[in-house]
Design a protein around this ligand. Sequence first.
Ligand code: SF4
Length: 422
Amino acid sequence: MVRALGRELQPSGLDTREIDRAAGNKTCRILPTARVIGVSMDFLAARAAEADLGPVTARGMSQNARLQGETYDRNMLTTGIPIGQALASDGWIDGPDLQIVNIADHFTRPSKRRARDEAEEAQQQAQWRAFHRRRARYTTKEAAEALARTDTPTLLLRGVVETTPFAGTLRRSHGEFDCALVLPPGLVTARAIRAAGRAMPHGMITFGDAKSWRRRGRLDDGDKRAAVALQVALYGEAAKLAWGDRLAAAVGPVGLVVNPPASGGLSIAKLTVLDLSEMTAALHQIRERADAAVRAVDAGLAPDVAAGARLSKRDPAANRAAVKALLRFGDWNASCLQACPMAQACRRHVEDTGQVTRIGPAAAQAAPVTSIDRLAQLREGAAPTVAEDDVAEQIRRARDLLGPPVALPWQRPAGGQGRVAA
Ligand code: SF4
């Protein structure tokens, strides 16, 4: 059924952001379903906007941020020398000897030209898929050779790993990592062992990501670093599955984030070690839950598909029915607003269906009351059931302390601050 919903579409592989997004909302069943169909959340949000179920959510980086990111990436990931210097000064490698292999130098990127029609778009997608597959094969070969070297550590730049097992897509998915330090057995330094927290007898491979935001302190930027840790953990876990046992044994439990210093030029690299254990566990959790989530959606969608629902750019009614059907399987929470292009459509859905999650984190205090209508009835003095007694008691105490409750925004008359009848 899930695939029938996307039968008009060409499924595609997905980039790592789409996979990472699932860690932000582990109970959302739209995310794994979209991955099985092979569509991005941006695509779904565009279909939702077409069906008037949510606003257009075109989001982009500011030009300044994009330029800064591109400049920093170019400075770090072309020759890799600044990263090599930082690795040497932080003790990750002994001395300046470092073999640097830029995987991107060995391949020509396919055209990024906007396709004129669907046939050309399909042809471009096929070229990109072949490009990723070839780079992934080459990266595996270079990583194996790097681990077998006995005299020098190696820094791989812009390598590619297959991420299909985590993406859960029909088509193969790949992710491009910024850098990976490969320390062969015998060249694993004390600094690397200290970071890993254990001996690494098979050598150590540490993935890293370059980010152009400035490194302020070791404990700053927690949210940003958590996002990078998730991405780096994905490269590590995907590599373990794709690279075979010998290389997998060397993938370390930490990652690196490469930032410019708090002040100074964008050509300097500062390194921060990321502990990947939590993010690795989150990734495996997402993977394990995905199958069950998609099975549940599959069963739930049957009547909609039978009635003609399908994601379509040509048939607005079928598209609207498909998006509406999918929205039933979301689990909106306030953090979706930052993380997912579907957030506005999902929020509108929970509001329209009176789900208590619409009120954000306070919804946890309202459990086991799950509908806003019922919550409003309790606020208005309805007799609670046994299960609702605690919530009703809280409302009573709040009323004693604060006076009659102010109407929730959707209960107010236009422009008013109305009170709910006690
Ligand atoms: S916004 Fe909707 S689709 Fe996106 S994570 Fe939240 S619930 Fe899932």
